[in-house]
Design a protein around this ligand. Structure first.
Ligand code: TRP
Ligand code: SF4
Length: 357
């Protein structure tokens, strides 16, 4: 198995990743228990998160950084990173969010204009609607940063060989090489004297991005920076049973879907229900194989007691899938209506940010 940041990968066995790539398991210290993503194992692995938490506890300088790739619709599988950023932001950690528009051009063939339009309409308005506070954040585009930032990417290119990069990423193209080195600079440049100087940086991402973390941590060490930490979340199951992915429209619920569309899609997902009502009363449903339950777990049922209650009722055959879906659909309808309203406000905010040159 190899993790590939540019292809849709469907991970069958998350446990394999610990051994194979040296990811670490999350220790649920009290500070992390406060967050639903950590508590529920949605964020399931990390590198050096303990070091970041120690720095945070000592009130040392810290920041988080993550990026969005403006190549298609933003969907529910992208929301966990935003939720995590909002958690850190509320703890007072400085947040950096970048638009990976260079990467979208080089690896997805988008025009500059399309990448920027998608970044605003699909991502930034939703990020802000979901709670990212631009006043507490540094939001930038890869195509519109500073000379020290590009210079750092150039420095990194001289500190690694093609063979070393192939060992991490597999097959590469010049565009992928450039994107990766710029991503390393995304992650490290906050430590430059022109920015905030040396400090602990945490990068919340999907586990497909781990190759970038491996390369960046190596480069950081060679250049005398503090090695960045990372957390990894699980992928969501798509509506068609594979990974939820913006390259397969049949798989995702987009954040920009009108409420009735989102709700309709949720009504059609695979459940862990049995073939007949009698069977389900007798055997119970299977919440761990159920996309309805997954949607509740990841996004729509933040109350742990409520979720535990749903699991119990499902497993005992006390609730049928029809009724269960109705509960989800009602929650989703509210969420999507509310998000739409917040997005309108967010649009005005984004327009004032002047992220692109
Ligand atoms: N490669 C990331 C993606 O495909 C986007 C990205 C660019 C990023 N730079 C980053 C993510 C730095 C985290 C940190 O989604
Ligand atoms: Fe899924 Fe709900 Fe059916 Fe259980 S009752 S299998 S949680 S839809």
């Amino acid at each position: 198995m190899q993790l590939n940041p540019w292809e849709t990968i469907d991970i069958k066995d998350y446990d394999e990743l610990f051994e194979k790539f040296g990811l670490e398991r999350i220790k649920l210290i009290p500070e992390l228990k406060k967050n639903v993503l950590f508590r529920r194992g949605i964020v399931f692995a990390h590198r050096d998160l303990d070091k970041f938490m120690a720095a945070l506890a000592k009130k040392e300088k810290t920041s988080i950084l993550t990026g969005l790739m403006p190549s298609g619709p933003m969907h529910l599988g992208h929301k966990m990173v935003v939720d995590q950023c909002v958690f850190w932001q509320d703890l007072g950690v400085k947040t950096r969010v970048l638009v990976a528009d260079i990467e979208a051009r080089l690896t997805r063939g988008l025009s500059r204009e399309d990448a920027q339009r998608i970044a605003v309409d699909e991502y930034l308005v939703n990020w802000i609607a979901l709670g990212l506070d631009p006043k507490k954040s540094d939001i930038y585009a890869q195509s519109n940063r500073s000379i020290p930032y590009y210079d750092l990417a150039a420095t990194f290119s001289g500190r690694i060989t093609l063979a070393e990069m192939n060992a991490i990423y597999g097959d590469l193209s010049p565009g992928k090489i450039t994107s990766s080195l710029i991503q390393s600079s995304d992650i490290i440049h906050g430590q430059l004297p022109e920015y905030d100087g040396p400090h602990h940086v945490l990068v919340p991402v999907g586990v497909d991005q781990d190759p970038h973390m491996r390369m960046t941590r190596g480069l950081a060490e060679k250049e005398g920076f503090i090695k960045p930490s990372s957390t990894y979340h699980r992928f969501m199951t798509g509506l068609d049973g594979g990974k939820m992915s913006s390259s397969r429209p049949a798989s995702f619920i987009a954040l920009n879907d009108p409420p009735e569309v989102a709700v309709k899609k949720a009504g059609a997902v695979l459940t862990g229900g049995r073939n007949t009502v009698e069977e389900q009363r007798k055997l119970g449903g299977q919440p761990d194989k159920c996309v309805v339950f997954e949607l509740e777990t990841y996004h729509f049922m933040p109350d742990d007691k409520e979720l535990a209650d749903l699991r119990r009722k499902c497993e005992k055959g006390e609730i049928m899938c029809g009724e269960c879906k109705q509960i989800l659909k009602e929650r989703m309808r509210k969420f999507f209506v509310d998000l739409g309203k917040k997005r309108e406000k967010a649009r005005k905010t984004v327009e004032k940010l002047s992220i692109f040159r």
